[in-house]
Ligand binder design. Structure first.
Ligand code: 5GP
Ligand code: ZN
Length: 118
């Protein structure tokens, strides 16, 4: 069994505020939100980072992105970001600021976000 904390969240071994789940992905609220809306969309397959994405994962990656924007537009946990917008972020490895080595898309919204990141 994987010791990865996001794999444990998928298996329900670590509690989370689930927003969405299907057979290949899981979405949940970030424990340390950086914006009024901040949730993560992750594949159930343990892919360590975007930099390890393989050709066979191309379809999955597209579906993760599609679900991320769909959830961002939903009124509940998604915060209804369809009108004002949101930011979709994938940090990869050390210089990218990745702290959990399981591919995840951050969805941030509910306020205007600065650019570029620090
Ligand atoms: P990264 O820095 O790797 O791009 O993002 C990891 C994110 O996972 C962070 O925003 C952090 O707050 C979130 N996170 C880390 N551990 C947990 C946890 O146990 N539960 C939840 N819901 N989020 C977590
Ligand atoms: Zn994992």
């Amino acid at each position: 069994m994987s010791e990865c904390i996001f794999c444990k969240i998928i298996r329900g071994e670590i509690p989370s505020r689930k927003i969405y789940e299907d057979d290949e992905m899981f979405a949940f609220t970030d424990i340390d939100p950086a914006a009024p809306v901040h949730f993560l969309v992750i594949p159930k397959k343990h892919i360590p980072s975007l930099l390890e994405l393989e050709t066979e994962d191309i379809g999955l990656a597209g579906r993760l992105l599609h679900k991320a924007q769909e959830l961002a537009k939903e009124p509940g946990a998604g915060g209804g970001c369809g009108q004002n917008g949101a930011r979709f972020v994938i940090n990869a490895k050390r210089d990218g600021g990745q702290t959990v080595d399981h591919l995840h898309i951050h969805v941030l919204g509910g306020r205007a976000l600065g650019w570029p990141p620090g």
